[in-house]
Design a protein around this ligand. Structure first.
Ligand code: PLP
Length: 361
């Protein structure tokens, strides 16, 4: 595809088929979808073609489509925000699309020029602008996805793909307050191995993680903290979010060394920490170091970062039969600062020094 604009065919849902807007106080996460979706197809002869916005609808797919069997599927997650002046804003959408292209390369799937994906996203969000929630903290969650659609059972990269974008109004993550969560430190199952696909946002990573998640939840924990696969020692991530530690006034997060998802929120927190002159260190940190720091009092805070929750303070870690209480189980000032700062930028309430926000309308 050349750098010309995408030709997007727009087929609007008829007025009488438009869905009733949901109660903004009961949105939950990811179960309500808007009236339209963006869809585009790829094959070896035509490249990306047939870009369209159409009424939200089922796909008709051959049961031999490769995604069902071998899991060639990648996705992204980002949000549209309703600003104080009624503007509609996206947070760092190019970062998500650059990451999507990296995931595509790792999974032998075709890339899409970032500008074209952004054009498609803006067109969809603009058409669905009445779906962007106005309730405090609520947003329109956006899910760009690519799947292998060729019907073939021989194992190789598919020769056909579908790229689509769904939009889903979601509630404020902290409707009941910005409260710390309890986390199970996972020392049996692992998420990603060096040389594997841990740094790609690809479907199989999540399928492989739900066993550990359900076991942790059955024991009363919200999420798992993943340790490295080789030594079960170094901290990787917290569920589907990146891990941060405040230790002796220094902000520490594990480095991007191939097994960790390079979070856009992670990168934004690092930037904001640099901006306010905080000591920042991207380095390996072991669970034993965290336990010891909790014992000697140098561990001040632990939190995780991701698009859905922005920042999640961690109040308790459960590791090998021991409970590690962090900051008396309360939200610390660093987590609160980054949460407030990022939300203020995302909703257009504060200057945006890094030009992160992209305006749709
Ligand atoms: C998406 C994701 C994150 C967070 O990334 P953001 O870009 O900040 O939303 C972290 N870890 C995993 C495994 C993820 O899938």
């Amino acid at each position: 595809m050349l750098s010309t604009e995408l030709e997007i065919a727009v087929q609007k849902a008829p007025q009488e088929q438009l869905k009733e807007k949901p109660d903004q106080n009961a949105l939950g996460f990811g179960s309500i979808f808007t009236d339209h979706m963006f869809v585009m197809r790829w094959n070896r002869d035509q490249g990306w073609h047939d870009a369209r916005i159409q009424p939200y609808q089922d796909f008709s797919m051959d049961p031999a489509a490769m995604v069902f069997h071998y899991g060639q599927a990648i996705f992204e997650g980002l949000k549209a925000y309703y600003g104080d002046q009624g503007e509609i804003l996206l947070f760092r959408p190019r970062s998500n699309f650059e990451r999507m292209n990296k995931s595509a390369v790792r999974m032998c799937m075709p890339r899409i020029p970032v500008d074209r994906m952004l054009q498609a996203l803006k067109a969809l969000v603009y058409l669905e602008r009445s779906w962007v929630p106005t309730a405090p903290g609520a947003t329109l969650y956006l899910r760009p996805t690519m799947i292998a659609s060729e019907p073939a059972l021989g194992l190789r990269p598919s020769d056909e793909y579908i790229f689509f974008i769904l939009a889903s109004p979601v509630g404020a993550y902290y409707a009941e307050g910005f409260n710390p969560v309890k986390i199970y430190v996972e020392s049996k199952y692992v998420r990603a191995v060096p040389g594997g696909v841990g740094e790609a946002k690809t479907a199989g990573n999540y399928a492989a993680s739900v066993k550990a998640l359900t076991e942790a939840q059955r024991n009363g924990y919200t999420q798992v903290l993943w340790l490295d696969a080789l030594e079960h020692k170094y901290i990787e991530e917290v569920g589907t979010s990146n891990a941060f530690f405040v230790l002796d006034d220094e902000l520490i997060t594990p480095p991007l060394a191939g097994t960790i998802l390079p979070g856009v929120t992670r990168d934004s927190v690092l930037q904001l920490a640099h901006d306010r002159g905080m000591k920042v260190n991207e380095r390996r940190i072991s669970i034993d170091e965290v336990v010891k720091a909790a014992e000697d009092g140098s561990l001040q805070e632990v939190f995780s970062t991701g698009t859905a929750a922005v920042i999640s303070p961690l109040g308790e870690l459960f590791y090998k039969g021991e409970r590690i209480i962090i900051n008396n189980g309360e939200t610390g000032p660093v987590a609160r600062h980054f949460f407030d700062e990022l939300q203020a930028i995302q909703f257009g309430r504060r200057p945006d020094p890094h030009e992160w926000m992209v305006r749709v309308a």
